[in-house]
Design a protein around this ligand. Structure first.
Ligand code: MN
Ligand code: MN
Length: 459
């Protein structure tokens, strides 16, 4: 089967559209490097597009009707956006669901120490990473510190050109003969991912003077004490902006594109919808990279409760109607796929790989080995989606993550499928997935946004 290269179908105007869409996407991922920052920015965009906070709607006893737009913010880390449709919600919703958490290094609860006059921070990595990729590169710190009285202090250090950055060292090659015989997973070990943050001794007679300097600086600049780390969430992420990649600028290199590329395209698609027959939903969730657990992960009751609340606000609530609304829904689990990489062709099966420039990727199933742990979408659903994509001239491809028995992975798809709705994995192909800097094709980002719009219009 021949699959189309999107670039070959674009005229000059379309090219301009693709590149300008990529610019706004680059801005989004350059600015939003933590799940909290993604949700803050989503709320800003949603409000500008007429979305109201569901809490206010409930408090003011407003009645929601077709065309109304609301969002529900779950602890600043997960959000559900609803565009109320003309049909009763029990007829089902059209759901786009992506995740906004990405692999990173979290600062530990008691992180700061001094060793041989160097001030260091302990980290605990989050998500699946190749640890050796995270050394010798500029890192930025993003997050919040919560004081005992509830005051929240926002931390963002290392993104402005004049900001300092921090980082993790690697052993010089001259002394690495032992290290270089180790297997890839042991070359850099998790407990050795310690960040160097300072080296000037504080004048006076404190014991650990380099550490004292950092503590003084935190106190002066942020009003943060050492104990405040206990109630902080600070993430070390690659510092710097997303950039054009390739001499022809056809690609984007940036941090956290799994899965913010699908989160952004889902959000934009949602914002483009002004009305709909059935209710449209955009779900941006946390904790996918660690199993979708916890109050802000997809396994939480948050979304189900939101659906009940929204239905209640439309004055059309009952327990059975909520269940029907979920069961009758259709979902695109918007997540990234592995892009074919000529450097590592041996792990891919060429006929069933995702290719840069070949558009939005549908993964009928994911999982490992004999499809273990996968969500296997129904052929009937795929048939319908093919029709929708063709109707709107969206360029799409189908793929598996890699060769059979080579590895595998999963998404939030199976969790929504438990409500008995139709769900399929679908998103953007990525090279270097989970590396500090991931790469996508601009054509795919654009086609994915168009695919999501097509789904919201016609599913
Ligand atoms: Mn993902
Ligand atoms: Mn991932």
């Amino acid at each position: 089967m021949e699959q189309k290269n999107a670039w070959e179908t674009y005229d000059e105007n379309k090219m301009k559209e693709v590149f300008s869409f990529s610019d706004s996407y680059k801005e989004f991922i350059s600015k939003c490097k933590s799940e909290r920052e993604c949700i803050d920015e989503t709320i800003r965009i949603a409000k500008a597009n007429g979305y109201q906070n569901l809490d206010d709607v409930i408090k003011e006893k407003q009645i929601l009707k077709a065309g109304d737009k609301v969002y529900a913010n779950n602890m600043g880390k997960t959000i559900a956006l609803f565009l109320i449709g003309e049909e009763p919600m029990e007829n089902g919703m059209k759901i786009l669901g992506a995740h906004v958490d990405s692999p990173r290094l979290d600062i530990k609860q008691n992180p700061l120490y001094e060793d041989q006059e160097l001030a260091m921070l302990e980290t605990h990595y989050y998500g699946g990473i190749k640890k050796y990729q995270w050394v010798t590169m500029p890192l930025a710190l993003h997050g919040i510190v919560v004081k005992k009285d509830g005051t929240k202090i926002h931390i963002e250090i290392g993104e402005n050109e004049n900001d300092p950055v921090v980082g993790i060292s690697d052993l010089l090659v001259h002394l690495a003969s032992d290290q270089l015989t180790k297997s890839g997973s042991k070359v850099i070990e998790g407990e050795d991912l310690n960040i160097l943050v300072g080296s000037i001794p504080l004048t006076g007679d404190s014991k650990e003077k380099a550490k004292a300097t950092i503590l003084k600086l935190l106190k002066d600049q942020y009003d943060v004490e050492e104990e405040d780390f206990l109630s902080a969430e600070i993430e070390a992420v690659p510092a710097g902006k997303a950039r054009d990649y390739g001499l022809d600028r056809s690609m984007i290199i940036g941090y956290g594109q799994d899965d913010r590329v699908c989160a952004y395209t889902s959000l934009v698609a949602m914002m483009e919808m002004k009305k709909s027959n059935r209710t449209c939903v955009c779900l941006l969730v946390d904790k996918e990279e660690v199993g979708s657990i916890g109050a802000t992960g997809m396994q939480s009751k948050f979304f189900e409760n939101c659906v009940a609340e929204v239905m209640n606000c439309t004055k059309d609530y009952s327990e059975i109607k909520v269940r029907r609304a979920l069961k009758n829904s259709k979902m695109l689990s918007s997540d990234v796929s592995a892009a074919f990489d000529p450097n590592y062709a041996s792990v891919m099966e060429k006929k069933n790989s995702a290719y840069f420039g070949h558009g939005i990727v549908f993964n009928k199933y994911t999982g490992s080995r004999g499809k273990s742990g996968c969500n296997d979408a129904n052929a009937e659903y795929l048939g319908e989606l093919r029709n929708i994509m063709e109707k709107e001239h969206v360029i799409f491809q189908t793929a598996e993550l890699g060769k059979v028995d080579q590895g595998g992975g999963g998404t939030i798809a199976y969790i929504l499928a438990q409500y008995n709705m139709e769900v399929i994995d679908c998103g953007v192909a990525v090279q270097n997935m989970h590396a500090p800097w991931e790469v996508v094709s601009k054509a795919d980002v654009f086609e994915t946004k168009c695919g999501y719009v097509a789904f919201l219009k016609h599913a």
